[in-house]
Design a protein around this ligand. Structure first.
Ligand code: TYM
Length: 334
């Protein structure tokens, strides 16, 4: 398909430490698959990261690592645009324009804001509150058609759609209304220690979360300790949250259906299944670990990639921003 007819994909990830298996299965893995058919734009969203307290030196390091990680997972900077959000000033500028078309009430309803402000009661800053507006800016600047995310981002995406429609109505058509692209399997990978909760890097229990750079022994150990029910049958069913989660993970990394997993593990115990899941996950992540180690040795290459990515992203997004400025009534200065 000619480049200009391809649909546009945008997605982002925060540079707050190594990605989790949830980030990988719910989002980044799909970013890779979509590169063949779509024009893809991916960003390490460091502006979003400072809505919670960060150590500046660590943020810088984590941002470079996150950039290397998306390449290690398979984002190809020749095929897709991969950049660091703070390098492209249009995001902060569009944020302001869209903030003026977003209601206080709708931001107050965001569950992630409620959760994060409960978690950081001493720092409920305005950035945390307006976070979804910046996310809308990220998406709308590129006339994005599809946004591959895990299910936890769905509410933010709905807000982006509402804001886009409102702007278009107020000022005339400008923004494309984006659709979420949420995987059927693995849209919400759960904690290994409490399978009713999302797997999250901020979990205090180190056994709850697989990081995509964990070594084989660590991965297997964490899966062996995964919380399951008192039954012994490997079967996807209501009330078996732990096993359902392990089956989801196994299916996501091997491509096996739940029926096949149930057949293959009939009569086998949870111990054996947990080991198989651990081994499959470690194997699936092996190339990521190897690519990451190699890429981190070549900072010049990374710099070249993110600098070129930022230039391309700026050139596209500047056009949308200029149109938005014109529509709201700002005076041209060129
Ligand atoms: P972030 O950095 O929290 O997560 C990155 C992606 O990983 C997905 N994800 C999961 N998927 C399945 N199971 C899990 N346990 C799990 N945990 C995380 C998230 O849904 C997300 O897709 N606000 C966004 C970043 C962002 C963005 C954007 C995304 C900023 N601007 C524009 C899309 C478009 C965030 O904090 O993701």
């Amino acid at each position: 398909m000619p480049e200009e007819q391809k649909k546009i994909i945008f997605s982002g990830i925060q540079p707050t430490g190594t990605f989790t298996l949830g980030n990988y299965i719910g989002a980044v893995r799909n970013w890779i698959k979509l590169q063949e058919e779509y024009n893809c734009i991916y960003s390490i969203v460091d502006l979003h990261a400072i809505t919670v307290k960060q150590d500046p030196a660590k943020l810088r390091q984590h941002t470079l690592e996150a950039y290397a990680l998306i390449l290690a997972c398979g984002v190809d900077p020749e095929k897709s645009i991969a950049f660091i959000q703070s390098h492209v000033k249009t995001h902060a500028e569009m944020n302001w324009i869209l903030a003026c078309s977003t209601q206080f009430g709708e931001l107050s309803r965001m569950t992630q804001f409620k959760d994060k402000s409960a978690k950081h009661p001493d720092d409920i800053n305005a950035g945390l509150f307006t976070y979804p507006v910046l996310m809308a800016a990220d998406i709308l600047l590129y006339k994005t058609d599809l946004v591959p995310v895990g299910v936890d981002q769905k509410q933010h995406l709905e807000l982006a759609r509402d804001v886009a429609k409102r702007f278009n109505q107020k000022y005339g058509e400008l923004f494309t209304i984006p659709e979420p692209y949420i995987p059927e399997i693995g849209a919400k990978v759960m904690s290994l220690q409490d399978p009713t909760k999302k797997m999250s890097k901020s979990d205090e229990n180190p056994n709850a979360c697989i990081f995509i750079l964990d070594d084989t022994d660590t991965i297997i150990r964490k899966f062996k300790r995964a919380v399951t029910d008192s039954d012994s049958e490997i079967r996807y069913a209501e009330g078996k949250d732990g096993i359902n989660n392990l089956m989801t993970i196994f299916s996501a990394v091997t491509g096996d259906s739940f029926e096949k997993i149930e057949r293959d593990f009939a009569g086998k115990g949870y111990g054996e299944f947990k080991l198989a899941v651990g081994e499959a996950v470690s194997e699936a992540l092996r190339p990521v670990r190897e690519n990451f180690a190699r890429l981190m040795q070549d900072k010049e290459y990374l710099k070249k990639c993110y600098s070129e990515g930022a230039q391309k992203a700026l050139s596209i997004s500047q056009k949308t921003l200029s149109k938005a400025y014109r529509k709201v009534g700002f005076v041209d200065f060129k």
